[in-house]
Design a protein around this ligand. Structure first.
Ligand code: UDX
Length: 440
């Protein structure tokens, strides 16, 4: 493999991971980060979030010298001829659309420093049509003119598996304007091609849509099983056995069929809303209107969990003590963006309950956003004196807690397993009134 000099513009979740992983592949990487605190932390080999394996990899390549950081676009333009744009595209405050202003700012800042033929590669998740606009902007502003080409290369990494997903992706998608651009990216990703990773080479619009379609499909799968879980509850059926059974059909597949309190995080909720919004702008809103229901079903799981807790407490949560296991939107992450666990904890708190939360990694990020909740130092402590315990983020640690130890500290032995992963018969054997969502 030939080592290539690259820059990674925007060193948040996606960028820090891409930068560290590309250094691991042997490339020379310059990270461009304008936030002083973030850049200083990264240059010292630390990452500002919890992601298994990332900090070790980053520190390793800061030490090898293959990974450096700067805030200078001039330095970036001089350093490399392959630039990856990894900035965030959060939901707009004014609508359900995605804010692409950081992508545009990155291209505008870099372009004047692209004086030699180069490729600027967008990895951020964007509304379809953005890449074409960015290509025009780049051609207009870069001294290299038509020699500066834009490529769209969406990223599919999952939090908690970011390093693995980046080093061993399921596929590499390239939206390219020319055979030369395809060649440059194929050469760069040669180690993955050698490992058998499939490449899908297409146009900008398709590459952009692949990403949002993948996330919309995953969200739809989760909301589908959550809708079925509600029917299972009404009919006395068991959604876990049902998911196992339909999942055996390879056309369906068992993954992403875990019913519970639903999806959260910085991607799925935002991306489906932005997809509906963009479809509306393109005049095909009706085609994507089902995604509104996917979103509604997802939100309803949070209300449903709250109502079930109310029912377990005899109709009101006012004054009740509630223990909550989990704050992150998923395990192996300290990300609490749009977290179902904290949304439910917050609703119960607003209803007048005393809520105590425990999360193995996300307590600090949760406390920063939800300072009015109480935070415990252990799973058992969160349950102390509680009238009901909620399992809302599926950290493996919770599955190894002995129900007897929890029951011994609680005022009333009641459990709602909002992830359908605890051994309910064992909890019932320990004297608990225990239930899941759509399970028996
Ligand atoms: C997602 C996509 O999976 C990834 O490919 C994309 O690049 C970014 O968005 P991520 O946000 O890290 O990744 O989370 P993911 O693993 O997809 O889980 C999303 C949410 O769905 C979590 O809150 C999780 O608890 C929930 N979930 C997942 C379910 O409720 N049921 C399931 O069966 C699976």
């Amino acid at each position: 493999m030939t080592a290539v000099k690259i820059t990674v513009i925007g060193c948040g979740y996606l960028g820090a991971t891409h930068a560290a992983c590309m250094a691991e592949l042997g490339h020379e990487v310059l990270g461009v980060e304008i936030d002083d605190a973030k850049r200083t932390a990264l240059a010292a080999g630390t990452v500002p979030m919890y992601e298994p394996g990332l900090e070790d990899l980053l520190a390793k390549h800061v030490a090898t010298g293959r990974l450096r950081f700067t805030d200078s676009y001039a330095e970036a333009g001089a350093f490399a001829d392959l630039h990856f744009v990894c900035v965030g595209t959060p939901q707009l405050a004014s609508s359900l659309g995605a804010d692409v202003s950081h992508v545009e700012a990155a291209v505008r800042s870099l372009a004047p420093h692209v004086a030699r033929p180069a490729h600027v590669v967008g990895k951020s998740t964007v509304p379809v049509g953005t890449a074409a606009r960015m290509a025009a902007l780049l051609a207009e502003l870069a001294p290299a003119g038509a020699g500066a080409e834009l490529v769209w290369n969406p990223e599919f990494l999952r939090e908690g598996f970011a390093v693995q997903d980046t080093l061993e992706p399921d596929r590499i998608v390239l939206g390219v304007p020319s055979p030369g651009a395809e060649q440059a990216l194929r050469a760069f990703y040669a180690p993955m091609a050698e490992a058998g990773t499939p490449f899908v080479v297409t146009d900008y619009a398709t590459a952009e849509l692949v990403k949002v379609s993948a996330n919309a499909f995953l969200a739809t799968k989760i909301s589908f099983i959550n809708a079925v879980a509600e029917v299972c509850d009404a009919a006395g059926a068991d959604v876990v056995a049902l998911a196992d059974a339909i999942g055996h059909d390879v056309r369906i597949g068992r993954r992403f069929l875990n019913a519970g309190v639903g999806f959260g995080g910085g991607c799925l909720p935002k991306d489906i809303r932005a997809f509906v919004h963009r479809a509306g702008e393109l005049g095909v809103e009706d085609a994507m209107s089902f995604l509104r229901q996917v979103d509604d079903i997802n939100q309803r799981q949070r209300a449903r969990a709250t109502e079930i807790v109310q029912g377990m407490l005899g109709g009101s949560v006012l004054g009740a003590r509630i223990g909550v296991w989990g704050a992150a939107f998923k395990p192996d992450s300290d990300d609490v963006r749009d977290s179902p666990a904290l949304s439910i904890a917050g609703q119960l708190h607003l209803g007048g309950a005393h809520v105590t939360v425990y999360d193995p990694k996300a307590a600090a990020t949760a406390a920063a956003r939800f300072p009015t909740l109480r935070y415990a130092d252990s799973a058992v402590d969160a349950a102390r004196d509680a009238d009901v315990l909620l399992h809302l983020t599926e950290w493996p640690e919770f599955r190894s807690v002995d129900p007897a130890d929890v029951g011994a500290v609680m005022t009333h032995r009641r459990l709602l397993d909002g992830r359908n992963l605890l051994d309910l018969p064992a909890w019932r054997a320990a004297g608990f009134e225990a239930r899941g969502l759509g399970t028996r």
